[in-house]
Design a protein around this ligand. Structure first.
Ligand SMILES: [Zn+2]
Length: 218
């Protein structure tokens, strides 16, 4: 299978988000792909993270996830995505967010009890905990195209895409194409990028293109 952990796949801005983004097209169950379902790809992620993760200076080389810790690691990944994605949508001031936060803390604690510090699983837990405090939490967004979680580090917090070079250009290209064929209301929804529905609408048709684009970049 022609797949590589390219820099694009570390667009989240934090290890925990890159791990959550190992499931692509989460909003489209029929086309969603779990890159960690393949053990070799999960191990490859640990190697690539040391080169491409925005947080690489904090951890350096990472040991791959031990066989016995794999289920806990995947539970942590889902808890990370579940909490942060929900919080972005809801604002985080409700009981449902608190329950998801508790799930995340429990999953992180379970990993930290067993994982060695320099392992992918332990460092993913540390990364998730770092995200809970500080500005990153307020800058966290959902890519209006592919649905990945990312931290908007731009000065004016105006980023709509996890990666302008991939998702931004895909949306621009499809918008141009639609305009040249008479325009469409759906474009606005995708361009706005704020609502997940925008990603679901435009992204369902084009998410594969983003994924394909990522492959080609590798
Ligand atoms: Zn994206």
């Amino acid at each position: 299978m022609d797949f590589a952990w390219t820099p694009h796949r570390f667009s989240g801005g934090a290890l925990a988000l890159d791990v959550a983004n190992s499931v692509v097209l989460r909003f489209d169950a029929s086309r969603s792909i779990d890159r960690f379902a393949d053990r070799a790809q999960m191990d490859g992620f640990a190697v690539a993270a040391a080169s491409f993760s925005a947080e690489r200076a904090l951890f350096g080389a990472l040991a791959p996830v031990e066989v016995g810790h794999r289920a806990g690691f995947l539970a942590l990944r889902e808890a990370i995505d579940g909490y942060f994605r929900f919080r972005i949508r809801s604002g985080g001031d409700d009981e449902a967010s608190s329950a998801r936060l508790a799930d995340l803390l429990e999953a992180a604690a379970a990993i930290l009890r067993v994982g060695v510090k320099a392992s992918l699983e332990a460092q993913t837990a540390h990364s998730a905990l770092r995200l809970l405090s500080g500005e990153a939490l307020e800058r966290m967004k959902i890519c209006g195209h592919c649905g990945w979680l990312f931290i908007d580090k731009s000065r004016n917090r105006s980023r709509l895409w996890c990666d302008m070079a991939v998702c931004g250009n895909r949306v621009k290209a499809s918008r141009h194409y639609r305009r040249s064929r008479g325009g469409s209301v759906a474009d606005g929804a995708v361009e706005g990028g704020v609502a997940e529905t925008g990603a679901a609408k435009g992204g369902a048709a084009e998410g594969g293109a983003a994924e394909g684009g990522a492959e080609r970049r590798g």
